[in-house]
Design a protein around this ligand. Structure first.
Ligand code: 4NP
Length: 146
């Protein structure tokens, strides 16, 4: 069973969307995968995903309402096979706390590109996140063969 953790800054916009998309795609295909998400920051711990992200996701059939934000921890590098950052800042924050000798694959979800933070922008930004995440999750499923 492949275990995947998606990480953004607040864990209320981008990484919850990625978690929901992977869960849904894995379920639809009958694949075994554990999907979770976390934030590098702790400001929103315990909060559900942002209303705008929940609405944009639900519009595509992804229900994020049961998710609650949490902060990433050192243990996550042992628990998860993949720790996937949404942008370069998230990745450098992860690399700064990664315990020595961990076995997780730590990289950006999109490889070279960033999933841009939609928090301070308009509604289009949330749909753009979903566009990027849906393609990336398809590629991830193909890569891990889960
Ligand atoms: P996320 O978006 O990292 O995709 O969850 C953000 C959510 C909240 C904040 C920043 C980004 N914030 O500054 O509170």
């Amino acid at each position: 069973m492949t275990r995947v953790l998606f990480v953004c800054l607040g864990n209320i916009c981008r990484s919850p969307a990625a978690e929901g998309v992977l869960r849904a795609k894995a379920k639809a295909r009958g694949l075994s995968v554990i999907a979770d998400s976390a934030g590098t920051g702790g400001w929103h711990v315990g909060d559900p995903p942002d209303d705008r992200m929940r609405a944009a996701a639900l519009n595509r059939g992804y229900d994020l309402s049961a998710q609650r934000a949490r902060q990433v921890s050192k243990d996550d590098f042992e628990t998860f096979d993949y720790v996937l950052a949404m942008d370069a800042s998230n990745l450098s924050d992860l690399q700064a706390i990664a315990p020595p000798g961990h076995n997780a694959i730590v990289r950006k979800l999109l490889g070279t590109d960033d999933v841009p933070d939609p928090y301070y922008g308009g509604d289009d930004g949330f749909d753009h996140v979903l566009d990027l995440v849906e393609v990336a999750v398809d590629a991830l499923i193909a890569e891990v063969g889960c």
